[in-house]
Write a protein that binds this ligand. Structure first.
Ligand code: G6P
Length: 531
């Protein structure tokens, strides 16, 4: 069933709730919607990672799939700028062409010296903020030596955005809004306001969970700064009501009676003056039709069959059954919990040994952070233990591919599986769950979804598991696999209908509608410069 309207529409101003946003189904609808509100005014997007990978000699490729590709496609069609930290070689400025007749956009790439980048990315963003907001308190690093790098990179990104707006060579641009993304860049808005000048509406999207304020314990010293940074935006989007409400609780715990909230607007009296902003709820999604098509396409199915055969999981053979999981090698994804779940599954029903393996697609990530390196080693050890204990001849219970796969291959792998395990201990949303459901497209393989994900909080009718309780989760998985096929198919059909309604294009429109329909004029200084 669709998420209740109160969840899905919570971020949209009252007057726009019956707007065409709810009818957006595809990229064409999104472009049309954007033009209706913004005319030919461009959009400016700011992210930590850039949307393309430079391959040399004016040649670049798009990384596979994901939200950044959806934003990329919109920008290609409506025109604008994208500011990001440089990930690969090539010039500081790349012109990304649009399709026939489309304006394309300019990518402004910020070069950051390696030591500074390390403090920002490995140090504060992924060594402090990520574990803090994923409730992994034991993994939080020392902030004192890396907070300065985070501030500095945020300041430089803000400077780059302002340079991009003013750039004389192109006569400057006047975007209708600026859209900044994620925990790596929380302070960019505030830094832009500090630097002064006229700014269009500033929107921000916080992609990861927001933790509940620790009752009794003093908040970490940096939290006030990060929260105050977020207050500089005109809109801050969250994945779920829970995260938005926790953010509000945090603001109240830090600002007390200097903060008030009327259900739409949060007002806070800060050292920078009175801030008024809209904290919205916009659950992110996928393009379900794209995944449905890819799941059927022989161009992906044929390589998927041969990949499975190479892994000893040939489709249609008695030993070819598998549950699939697809996650970056991140402790928040619950790899160890998943292995315990598989162990409990085999212990409870030994007949599954030799018939149902775990295929985990697990590309390494953030190896510059020690906690990630240690975790990857531990997962490898535990996978080997399980393989030693339950292997039968050539068959192994855990097959790991430590690389990312193109969605065109992933989608048939989802479709050919017996089910999908999502065991994240905390997750802002979890798009693998949505990709899997979309790829079922009439199939009956069930999704087993951690209740600690944004997807579990915003979609109904799914089989929820708790990675903290592998024994209970294993029983839920066994029951789900044994469930009548027609019931499983009908659940998947319902989920697909929900995803088609709440797709990624609509998510973008929900984020853009408030700032784009703001009555504030571009060119008007929205905030006085701080004293
Ligand atoms: C995940 C998170 C995003 C985050 C991204 C950064 O996808 O859900 O919120 O921005 O990781 O990944 P990176 O590889 O750049 O550290």
């Amino acid at each position: 069933m669709a998420a209740p309207p109160s969840v899905v529409h919570a971020g949209i101003p009252e007057t726009l709730r019956s707007s065409p946003v709810a009818e957006i189904r595809g990229p064409g609808d999104l472009v049309h919607f954007y033009r209706e509100l913004a005319g030919s005014a461009p959009l400016l997007v700011v992210t930590n990672r850039e949307p393309v990978v430079w391959k040399g000699e004016e040649h670049f490729v798009l990384p596979p799939g994901g939200v950044s590709q959806t934003i990329h496609r919109l920008l290609c069609q409506v025109g604008g700028r994208w500011v990001a930290l440089r990930d690969s070689g090539g010039p500081d400025l790349l012109r990304i062409p649009g399709g026939a007749g489309d304006p394309g956009y300019r990518l402004d790439r910020l070069e950051v010296p390696p030591a500074l980048l390390d403090g920002h990315y490995a140090g504060f963003s992924n060594g402090v903020l990520w574990p803090f907001f994923h409730d992994e308190t034991d993994r939080i690093g020392d902030a004192s030596n890396v907070l300065g790098a985070y501030r500095e990179v945020n300041r430089r990104v803000a400077g780059k955005v302002l340079d991009s707006l003013r750039d004389a060579s192109s006569g400057g641009i006047r975007p209708r809004m600026i859209w900044v993304h994620d925990y790596q860049l929380a302070l960019v808005g505030q830094e832009m306001r500090r630097m002064g000048g006229a700014l269009p509406p500033l929107a921000f999207f916080w992609h990861i969970p927001w933790s509940a304020p620790a009752g009794g314990a003093p908040p970490p010293h940096w939290l006030f700064e990060v929260v105050t940074g977020l207050l500089a935006y005109d809109q801050v989007g969250f994945q779920t009501e829970l995260y938005r409400d926790r953010f509000l609780d945090t603001v109240f715990s830090l600002y007390g009676s200097r903060a008030s909230w009327d259900g739409e607007t949060l007002s806070v009296s800060t050292a920078f003056g009175l801030r008024r902003l809209h904290p919205g709820v916009f659950p992110i999604s996928v393009d379900p039709d794209h995944f449905r098509m890819m799941a059927r396409d022989p161009a992906g199915r044929i390589p998927a069959f041969s990949l499975l055969s190479d892994c000893g999981l040939a489709p249609g053979t008695p030993s070819g059954g598998y549950l699939i999981s697809v996650d970056r090698m991140d402790y928040s994804k619950g790899f160890l919990e998943r292995l315990s779940l598989m162990e409990a599954l085999y212990e409870n029903d030994p007949s599954l040994v030799g018939r149902l393996a775990l295929l985990q697609i697990a590309p390494p990530t953030r190896l510059s952070v020690e906690a990630y390196r240690r975790y990857a080693e531990e997962v490898e050890r535990r996978s080997e233990d399980l393989n030693r204990r339950f292997s039968r001849g050539e068959w192994r219970p855990v097959v790991t591919l430590a690389r990312s796969l193109d969605p065109s291959l992933l989608s048939p792998l989802y479709r050919l599986s017996r089910g999908c395990l999502v065991t994240a201990t905390r997750d802002g949303m979890n798009l693998v769950a949505k990709e899997f459901l979309a790829s079922q497209d009439g199939g009956s393989a069930p999704l087993f979804l951690s209740r600690h994900t944004g997807t579990a909080m915003t979609m109904e009718g799914l089989s929820l598991i708790d990675p903290a309780d592998p024994a209970l989760s294993a029983r839920i998985v066994a029951q789900g696999l044994a469930m009548d096929r027609r019931i499983r198919e009908s659940r998947n059909r319902q989920a697909l209908a929900d995803l088609r309604e709440h797709n990624v294009y609509r998510w973008m429109a929900e984020n853009l509608v408030g700032p784009l329909s703001s009555t504030r004029n571009e060119g008007t200084a929205l905030f006085a410069r701080p004293a």
